[in-house]
Design a protein around this ligand. Structure first.
Ligand code: CMC
Length: 429
């Protein structure tokens, strides 16, 4: 498999070690370091900055070029020509569906949108003011207690049943979190609606009046789902894989992914962007500049939320599409003069011209714009990360499925131990 080798010379070892070098279809080559353990050595890579934890054929990111491919297709082409359900099929099965495959898959998703009636009781255990991500972690993990059939993860068809259940039920559960927060009755899913339309209906419909779905919002929602669908081995996907590598229940694994997504450095960033814009408040030039200066100050913990990315060292390709969608939604609502949006646009401009951000290649990321769109649609800030979780479910489940079908070992990193060496317990205390 490897036609090249890397040689590693280590002080104290008799001869250099030959390590195989593998090439992927595209992207950086990797050095197989597994042979090091036989020499009593490990690699040290906090934050997994230089570690390929697996082989995968789902998503490719070229951070320097600002490129994101799902099964080879560029995200901007998918966002332009496809929809979220088709993207789910592509990520899960590897190829675009034929017309028949699409309609069968779509129908299956529609037919699994309802959740077990008893799950509604689960919500009642939470305080009304609980963060919806806290509720979502609980209820998605709780699915493991409701769906006991088709859980033999060694069988592909049974894994697919869990995948379909998760893709179909996540919007229902997400909308239930919101309805519970605001004290309104839950809406049952409507299977005559598309995936994004149904989500908007479950979020905003109520029994007292007819809810009219705005097609611009439905399209924007679908785009938000698509643009967050997968991003290779990010923190939450790696969490799902690690949990899954123990053979854990798939619903529990996705619940672990939701927990990892919650942090402001990952999925929580879209919520953090809006909180930051609120905090900046005043749209005067001096005030905005003051916040940019704070972001550059190493002694100040303030960072520009929605800027920077571990992998992209160029414009995030998802941010480009999101920016267009943002303009469409705000145009539809006549909100181009919204003060928060003005702050966002000015912030973006200052940061893109500032030496600090240019030097470090810190560009606006997908969450910089998605938060603004979600707010314009009327989605409360605390639901932003929940929506990211709905979208990312397909990524998580596709990677989980790929890991199990390819054969895997339990994920078990090692460490550079810096604590005490062995010492005796003092018996004279
Ligand atoms: N504002 C100010 N400075 C920043 C920012 C920022 N948002 N992001 C990075 N930097 C600086 C950082 O201080 C460091 O400077 P120096 O080299 O002088 O020490 C340099 O840029 C490199 O940053 P890093 O922290 O080493 O980068 P990282 O790869 O560890 O972190 C990140 C990536 C996304 C966590 C970080 O850029 C960040 O915290 N951004 C804000 C949160 C955010 O928007 N997250 C959403 C990511 S996109 C959604 C997703 O995929 O989850």
């Amino acid at each position: 498999m490897a036609d090249r080798k890397a040689q590693l010379t280590v002080d104290g070892l008799e001869k250099p070690l030959d390590l195989p070098v593998y090439s992927g279809t595209v992207g950086p080559d990797v050095i197989d370091v597994r042979g090091l353990t036989a020499e009593g050595l490990f690699t040290y890579d906090p934050g997994f900055v230089a570690t390929a934890a697996t082989e995968s054929a789902i998503t490719y990111i070229d951070g320097a070029k600002g490129m994101l491919l799902h099964r080879g297709y560029p995200i901007d082409q998918l966002a332009q020509n496809s929809n979220h359900v088709e993207l789910c099929y592509l990520l899960l099965f590897g190829e675009l569906p034929t017309e028949k495959q699409y309609s069968d898959f779509e129908k299956t998703i529609r037919n699994h949108t309802m959740v077990h009636e008893q799950l509604a009781n689960f919500f009642k255990g939470f305080r009304r003011d609980a963060h919806p991500m806290a509720i979502l972690c609980g209820v998605v993990g709780g699915l493991a207690a409701f769906y006991h059939d088709n859980l033999d993860i060694t069988k592909e068809d049974e894994r697919l049943v869990s995948a379909v259940r998760l893709i179909a039920k996540m919007p229902t559960l997400a909308a239930m979190c919101h309805k519970y927060n605001i004290g309104q009755p839950f809406n049952y899913p409507r299977n005559d609606l598309s995936y994004a339309e149904n989500f908007l209906y479950m979020m905003f419909g109520n029994p007292c009046e007819e809810y009219k779905i705005n097609p611009v919002f439905a399209k924007a929602m679908d785009r938000i789902f698509m643009l967050h669908a997968d991003h290779e081995q990010n923190a939450s996907t790696s969490t799902v894989r690690l949990a899954g590598s123990t053979g854990a229940n798939p619903f529990a694994c996705i619940s672990a992914g939701i927990a990892a997504l919650w942090g402001p450095a990952h999925g929580g960033a879209n919520e953090a962007v809006l909180n930051m814009l609120d905090e900046i408040g005043d749209e005067s030039e001096e005030n905005i500049q003051r916040y940019v200066d704070r972001a550059k100050d190493k002694d100040d913990p303030f960072r520009l939320m929605g800027f920077g990315h571990r992998v992209y060292r160029n414009f995030d390709p998802r941010a480009k599409v999101m920016k267009e969608t943002c303009d469409e939604v705000l145009g539809e609502l006549g909100l181009a003069d919204d003060p928060q949006l003005k702050i966002a646009k000015r912030l973006e401009q200052i940061a893109l011209e500032d030496e600090y951000f240019i030097e470090r290649k810190l560009y606006p990321n997908v969450d910089f714009y998605s938060g603004i769109i979600l707010k314009a649609i009327g989605i409360p800030t605390n639901m932003f990360t929940v929506i990211f979780a709905v979208a990312r479910t397909i990524g998580w489940i596709s990677h989980w499925n790929e890991m199990i079908s390819n054969g895997y070992r339990i994920g078990r990193p090692r460490q550079l131990y810096t604590g005490y060496a062995k010492r005796d317990y003092p018996t004279d205390r």
